[in-house]
Design a binder for this molecule. Structure first.
Ligand SMILES: NC(=O)c1ccc[n+]([C@@H]2O[C@H](COP(=O)([O-])OP(=O)(O)OC[C@H]3O[C@@H](n4cnc5c(N)ncnc54)[C@H](O)[C@@H]3O)[C@@H](O)[C@H]2O)c1
Length: 305
């Protein structure tokens, strides 16, 4: 198959593009290499991949000849109030509308990477897909906008699209603004670590290879219009996760509590019944094993600098 991966220089997109290539597919990546975090990291992620520099929010898009589009490009991060909001609109809503337009025109199937952030502080845990979404961050609002656009394009232009809601993905190459990368970096370098709020917030942490497996299964076999939670089996609080990383690394972290961040939810816990039933997917990497892989990657990077 011939696949496009948007956001292929990013954390999850680069793993996905590699996995598709390893499975024998012809893969073209698109990425605008935004400066949300160090562009050198993205160049490293993209090494060995065919990633073309395209801004999905403004460059011409022609998806003819592709069997499927994995749309992962976007502006992530829940800290999305204030002056940065126009970036979220442009890189999530506008870019996604243009991807859907081009995919519908080319008759290419799309797997769209949405987020558990669309749930906000959910009505129930584990959270099933059909609960009323109530995002608490502008980021979550823009991802939900994209889901509505998917439905609109499916209804009016026969867009063949499947939506994946990722729950806190981690592993090697995790973005520098994300929790485990910040913890691993602090452990590797020494010094203090600032945690937002009490540290009792918990997440359904999802190992990146598991998220990639779910995404490929959804594009290959998911019924048109389906929405799936993609969540790890292990739920842990931030403090429990720090303790695990301390154990894995054999080091101790000096933790300081700072004010809770606006837009942070108390808890995420994925109900993965639907994706298990439809696609036979369930998360298979235990948190400690995934954290070991992430720690080894992070420690090697710090040592190399
Ligand atoms: N990492 C997670 O835990 C998580 C959780 C839920 C959802 N997601 C979603 O998964 C996707 C991938 O996340 P990630 O953590 O790998 O993020 P990432 O920032 O590492 O990757 C996103 C990539 O998209 C590119 N991009 C942004 N705007 C673009 C544009 N206009 N044109 C072309 N490329 C553009 C960026 O340069 C970046 O390389 C995102 O859509 C994100 O919202 C991630």
């Amino acid at each position: 198959m011939r696949y496009l991966v948007t956001g292929a220089a990013g954390f999850i997109g680069s793993h996905l593009a590699e996995a598709l290539g390893a499975a024998g597919h012809d893969v073209v990546g698109l990425d605008s290499f935004t400066d949300y975090y160090d562009v050198e990291l993205k160049q490293e992620n993209a090494r060995g991949l065919d990633v073309r520099r395209v801004d999905l929010a403004e460059d011409p898009l022609d998806f003819a000849g592709f069997d499927g589009v994995f749309h992962l490009a976007g502006q992530p991060g829940a800290r999305s109030f204030g002056d940065v909001f126009p970036l979220y609109l442009r890189r999530n809503v506008l870019a996604t509308q243009r991807v859907f337009e081009a995919a519908a025109a080319a008759g290419a199937r799309v797997a769209f990477s949405s987020s558990s952030s669309i749930y906000g502080d959910a009505e129930s845990y584990p959270t099933p897909e059909d609960i009323v979404p109530a995002p608490l961050s502008p980021y979550g609002v823009t991802k939900l906008d994209c889901e509505h656009l998917a439905r609109a394009y499916a209804t009016s232009f026969d867009l063949d699209v499947v939506v994946l809601r990722y729950f806190t993905v981690y592993g090697p190459r995790q973005r520098p603004d994300m929790f485990f990368t910040r913890v691993a970096d602090a452990l590797a370098r020494g010094g203090t670590f600032e945690i937002y709020g009490s540290g009792e917030q918990s997440r359904s942490f999802t190992y990146v290879a598991d998220a990639v497996g779910a995404t490929i299964a959804a594009l290959e076999r998911g019924p048109s219009g389906a929405t799936y939670n993609v969540g790890g089996g292990d739920e842990a609080t931030m403090l429990e996760a720090i303790a695990l990383l301390e154990r894995v690394s054999g080091r101790k972290l000096d933790v300081r509590h700072v004010e809770a961040a606006a837009g942070d939810v108390r808890r995420t816990k994925a109900d993965v019944t639907r994706i298990e039933r439809d696609l036979g997917w369930s998360p298979s990497t235990p948190l400690e094993e995934g954290l070991r892989a992430q720690w080894e990657w992070a420690a090697a990077r710090v040592a190399a600098r």
